[in-house]
Design a protein around this ligand. Structure first.
Ligand SMILES: CC(C)(COP(=O)(O)OP(=O)(O)OC[C@H]1O[C@@H](n2cnc3c(N)ncnc32)[C@H](O)[C@@H]1OP(=O)(O)O)[C@@H](O)C(=O)NCCC(=O)NCCS
Length: 318
């Protein structure tokens, strides 16, 4: 049995619709609508997954969908939602439902979500699979429903290191080997940079911290924050990167937010953070602008750092 993405295998779309219409006609309208969106939208959600196997190896035996929203009243920004989970009646009792739920938790985790939600009136079923009931709501059309949440797999964890909490050798080696989407030449420079900042006695900056993002044991993102040696309000943000296969999952946003929160908590409120961004780095410009950084239009000096010709300073006042 395998689980197949309709987005990646649109040749299954019509068979999947016919299967749903035959086996679970009550949800057919919503299922078809979501499936059509998978085929049209470039976003990663919604997505429809079908379980395929059987004697002929090509029969649909179940499905589920992962949506970015559910039509429940008082909905906040919870996302994503596991919907229309279905297993072929003959196969029930063989843990295929669990397989699909775990598949959904894994896929949601890959998309960068720590939690996944579910609206259901089943009693005592989803609890067995690690879902927690977190509230009672109404669907937009009035029927009451319970809301559940569960943790996804492959959760991304952030670790913060500073002069008092240096990483162990193993982490240090991961950082030195980490490419993070940079070219090898740049990576060499980054490794040297790390040697400098993970060796505080020789480091000019008395205040600095590094945030690393891990998925399981794998290092997938990093960012450095360094305070100016002459102005305690002035923080530099640098070496922000996320592994290329892990981008657009809000990992940079989470690291950035963690750093900003930390400076806010320990500061007086008049701090400012500067990032240096190349004029053609759309991803970084969009990310920083979203956080409230503004382009100063010039490249302001920071210690003895050397910046590229097309980099300008983006500043955010805390
Ligand atoms: C810049 C970088 C760190 C962003 O990491 P990321 O984890 O993908 O960023 P996020 O998922 O947190 O993105 C948050 C927001 O930034 C914006 N953004 C991120 N990447 C974008 C892109 N390629 N194009 C347009 N906007 C983008 C979006 O508004 C995004 O929100 P959305 O996904 O909800 O639309 C990553 O692209 C990277 O490592 N690039 C190479 C290294 C680099 O350039 N570092 C910055 C040096 S200044």
């Amino acid at each position: 049995m395998k689980v197949v993405s309709i987005r990646k295998n649109p040749q299954w779309a019509e068979t999947a619709k016919a299967y749903c219409e035959e086996k679970w006609s009550d949800v057919y309208g919503a299922f078809e609508d979501t499936l059509n969106q998978c085929l049209q939208k470039e976003n990663r959600l919604p997505e429809t997954w079908i379980m395929v196997g059987g004697m002929q190896e090509d029969e649909i035996k179940g499905f589920y969908q992962l949506c970015d929203a559910e039509p429940v009243e008082n909905e906040t920004k919870r996302s994503p939602w596991l919907t229309t989970l279905f297993v072929e009646p003959d196969l029930r009792g063989w843990h295929y439902g669990e397989l699909l739920m775990n598949h959904a938790r894994y896929e949601a985790g890959k998309l960068g979500f720590d939690k996944m939600y579910l609206a259901t009136d089943h009693i005592g079923f989803y609890e067995k699979y690690g879902f927690r009931e977190i509230g009672l709501e109404r669907f937009a059309w009035g029927r009451p429903t319970k809301i559940y949440e569960t943790d996804t797999f492959g959760k991304v964890q952030l670790a913060v290191y500073d002069e008092k909490n240096l990483p162990g050798d193993e982490t240090y080696l991961k950082v030195a080997a980490y490419k993070g989407g940079y070219t090898p030449g740049e990576n060499g420079a980054m490794a040297l940079h790390f040697e400098k900042y993970f060796a505080p006695p020789d480091c000019f900056a008395k205040k600095w911290f590094t945030i690393l993002a891990f998925r399981g044991d794998e290092l997938i993102g990093r960012i450095n924050f360094i305070r100016s040696s002459t102005d305690v309000r002035h923080w530099y943000l640098g070496d922000l990167s996320v592994k290329s296969t892990e981008r657009r999952k809000r990992i940079a946003s989470r690291m950035l937010q963690r750093g900003i929160d930390r400076i806010r908590q320990n500061g007086n409120g008049d701090e400012y953070i500067c990032a240096y961004i190349e004029e053609d780095n759309t991803a970084s410009i969009c990310l920083h602008t979203k956080f409230g950084f503004a382009d100063t239009g010039k490249c302001q000096p920071f210690e003895d750092f050397v910046f590229g010709e097309n980099e300008t300073t983006y500043r955010m006042n805390l």
